[in-house]
Design a protein. Structure first.
Length: 351
């Protein structure tokens, strides 16, 4: 196990639900689930999520599509993605625990958390993670002395921040060369760069950001005589471009044209969350709510809701398969669903 001792600089749901709900009898599966589990109930369609992940991979064959575990960390979905030789992203450290519990291959994980403590970085590395996204010099310093198999990606700050009142993550393009030299002086290798598109980015938005990233990489390569081998398209892939097959095909062609992965030997990565889980979460309480955001589902589970998994991609995931859950501690904006021991009461580890 690798160790390091070098000091570094650190930089909604109602409280209760009524006992009965009028379930639309045009949906007999939901009625059966309610009869079996009771209320309130969170229904997860893992088979649909797995199909949607596979569809993304098929639409973008030159992109290593990473499933963002923060969107829904159910072990059955993690296993389904892993079975397709899929990749994962963790955007906060508690999500890594879900991958560990599901025995996922963590060499296929992109670690993209922010404000990560050096001890958490070290734990992730020792678990098998080798690819990390950094937001600046203080992040780079956390990796001084690590083995040569480490691969760092520098997150680039968007040219036009989505919110003027919030400081965006990442490094400005004009500071990227200086950061590269600083990392080199510390003995830390930068493997590539990660862009930061908006959650609703269009195909043209992705193409523009990718073009800027590729141009920046080419400039730094020319100035330093080095070679980068990874470019990351960021989170929430593929944004609005995922709406239709035509938009996906247009974006896929543009990516191939800009990167030419077959000849450039540059790996292309991207992380998808809602594109995988959309339409997969239903909450049944006083009403039946479809396509629920995972954060709202977490609130319901914390409030005592049972969880039912539907879909038959996995033989154990019949229409009435039960899987208790708990929510990890942390910010309310960074909650994920974790598998708990069968038969345990589903409660938050935050109490």
């Amino acid at each position: 196990m690798f160790t390091t001792t070098r000091p570094v600089r650190t930089s909604a749901a109602p409280e209760s639900a009524p006992p009965r709900v009028a379930v639309d009898m045009d949906q007999p599966d939901l009625a059966g689930l309610v009869a079996h589990h009771g209320l309130p109930l969170v229904v997860l369609d893992i088979a649909r999520a797995a199909r949607q992940y596979r569809s993304l991979c098929e639409a973008f064959p030159t992109v290593d599509v990473h499933y963002d575990v923060s969107a829904l960390a159910h072990p059955a979905l993690i296993e389904a993605v892993a079975a397709d030789d899929g990749f994962f992203e963790v955007s906060h450290d508690s999500a890594l625990a879900a991958l560990t519990a599901a025995h996922a291959d963590q060499t296929r994980v992109l670690h993209a958390t922010t404000v990560t403590h050096p001890h958490e970085v070290l734990a992730a590395y020792n678990a098998g993670v080798r690819r990390f996204v950094v937001d600046g010099e203080s992040d780079v310093e956390k990796f001084v002395g690590y083995p040569a198999d480490l691969r760092l990606l520098v997150r680039l700050r968007p040219a036009a921040p989505a919110h003027a009142h919030a400081l965006p993550r990442g490094v400005r393009a004009e500071d990227a060369l200086r950061l590269f030299h600083d990392a080199e002086s510390l003995g830390v290798r930068i493997a590539g760069f990660s862009s930061s598109p908006a959650a609703d980015a269009s195909a043209s938005d992705y193409v523009a950001q990718l073009a800027r990233t590729v141009a920046l990489m080419a400039d730094i390569e020319a100035a330093t005589r080095t070679r980068f081998d990874v470019v990351d398209l960021g989170d929430d892939f593929p944004g609005r471009a995922g709406g239709t097959p035509g938009e996906r095909a247009e974006l896929a062609r543009a990516i191939r044209a800009l990167i030419a992965p077959a000849t450039s030997r540059v790996a292309i990565t991207a992380s998808a969350g809602r594109a995988v889980t959309t339409g997969c979460i239903t909450v049944i309480g006083g009403t039946v709510e479809h396509d629920v955001d995972p954060l709202i589902a977490s609130d319901c589970i914390d409030d005592g809701a049972d969880v039912a998994v539907v879909g038959d991609d996995d033989e154990r995931s019949g229409p009435l398969f039960r899987f208790p859950f708990f929510r990890t501690v942390g910010s309310s904006r960074h909650r994920v669903l974790h598998g708990g021991p069968l038969g345990a009461r589903a409660r938050s580890s935050a109490g």
